[in-house]
Design a protein around this ligand. Structure first.
Ligand SMILES: *Cc1c(COP(=O)(O)O)cnc(C)c1O
Length: 428
């Protein structure tokens, strides 16, 4: 496959956009080469500017769980756009999507909509600090909660791909309030809590980590965090920006039957438009302005186009009782197929999977935290990535990212992918 026009477009973009991209994960720095420019997408496929068709496994990094240009979402946006695109005043649509989200997710009474996952996590932490009247938070190495200052301490996703998990520009004053723990290590969390008695406002965690590859929680990990929080007056924040409305109707709270105090959403909840949200039970949410003292706002928050897309998406997921099982079955099929061909070709690997999230790590040790995620052989990953690209398959251009399986992928697509992996892994 040729990527001539994409290369030209990238050269033009680099002149006026830093690194040619509006989000660093889109760059090919970790794998070499230049990014692919997309022209359109439908279902499981993207079509690039050179006319290539790519089977898509990143799906806008999660939102397109039903495939690209999903008809009910597209129609909802078109119809709303004709009625005006933003008012800065309340609309009935906001209550409709809020009521639906609250009915789908356990343990939340109220939800506020923002414009991105970053905003959701940033606001959730501010709310937790205001509510508990404490300053510090605990986050886990390799977890990504968006790019706001407090979270760029050993952050996952693009931050680690580009070697800047601790970003310049974050002040020492901010950094000192973020305590760093190891994912899946309760002892480590306990030590931090004991050393900072009555100072910790919140523990924020990706309850299934997805920004250092996919790492499910060990048995008892989330339950342990819940107990520590309850015992110490700390709020437990589940960052479900990636997992919400993906791993189950009610997200990880439902899947593992563990209650969080505040839950953050993004990605799927917006149906592919810029949406984030955070939610909690009433006593916590009522701490927000205009009811309470914690300030949080947004000119375009609850934007009608975004809410229409999100509502169409959530309605579809809510009405399709089999969707999450169907996605998990496809992912399990892909897992079994990849495992078989990699083994046959004597490749050293570990595959992590849960629901519709899966990641392939080129290392034999179980991947359970940031340290073990970082062990993967990046040279092999580069060959894997570019090999698949030549076969018309797009995975994230970084070994630290999860693949997202969509409902639009057929078993023929999965078989094609497995065969391509067989072919490519013979060249390692
Ligand atoms: C993507 C992501 C975010 C950030 O969301 P944006 O919409 O990119 O700001 C936060 N947390 C998690 C777990 C994510 O995967």
């Amino acid at each position: 496959m040729l990527y001539k026009r994409s290369s030209q477009l990238f050269a033009e973009a680099e002149k006026v956009i830093p690194g040619g991209v509006n989000s660093p994960v889109r760059a090919f720095k970790a794998v070499g080469g230049t990014p692919i420019f997309v022209k359109s997408a439908k279902g499981a496929y993207m079509y690039d500017e050179d006319g290539n068709r790519l089977i898509d496994y990143i799906n806008s990094w999660g939102p397109m769980i039903l495939g690209h240009a999903f008809e009910p979402v597209v129609q909802a946006v078109i119809e709303k756009a004709k009625l005006g695109t933003s008012f800065g005043m309340p609309t009935e649509l906001e209550t409709q999507i809020a009521a639906l989200a609250v009915s789908m997710v356990p343990n939340i009474d109220k939800i506020r909509f923002v414009n991105s996952g970053t905003e959701a996590c940033m606001s959730a932490v501010r709310l937790a600090r205001g509510f508990t009247k404490r300053d510090k938070i605990i986050k886990f190495a390799g977890c990504y909660h968006g790019h706001s200052d407090s979270f760029l301490i050993q952050a996952g996703s693009g931050a680690v791909t580009f070697g800047s998990p601790n970003s310049p520009g974050v002040t020492a004053g901010t950094a000192k309030d973020t305590l760093l723990a190891k994912f899946n290590d309760l002892e480590n969390v306990k030590t931090l809590i004991e050393a900072n008695k009555n100072e910790i406002a919140a523990i924020i965690v990706e309850p299934v980590a997805g920004n250092m590859g996919c790492i499910p929680p060990n048995k008892g990990f989330l339950e342990g965090l819940r107990q520590f929080c309850t015992d110490n007056g700390i709020l437990l924040i589940f960052d479900e920006v990636m997992t919400g409305f993906r791993l189950a109707r009610g997200g990880v709270q439902e899947l593992f039957n563990v209650d969080a105090d505040i839950v953050c959403f993004g990605k799927v909840i917006g149906g592919g438009l810029p949406v984030g949200a955070f939610a909690a039970r009433e006593e916590i949410m009522n701490y927000l302005a205009p009811l309470g003292p914690v300030y949080q706002a947004g000119t375009l928050s609850g934007n009608p186009l975004a809410m229409a897309a999100g509502l169409a998406m959530l309605q579809t997921l809510n009405n399709d009782a089999a969707i999450f099982d169907r996605l998990a079955e496809k992912t399990a099929y892909l897992h079994a197929g990849i495992e078989k061909v990699l083994k046959a070709n004597n490749v050293v690997f570990t595959i992590n999977r849960i629901g519709s999230m899966i990641s392939v790590h080129f290392d034999a040790t179980p991947v359970v935290d940031f340290k073990t995620a970082a062990n993967g052989d990046n040279e092999t990953f580069k060959k894997f990535f570019h090999g698949l690209l030549q076969e018309g398959i797009y995975i994230a251009p970084s070994a630290y990212e999860t693949w997202f399986i969509t409902d639009a992928l057929t078993y023929e697509d999965l078989d094609f992918t497995i065969q391509a992996i067989d072919k490519v892994s013979k060249t390692f």
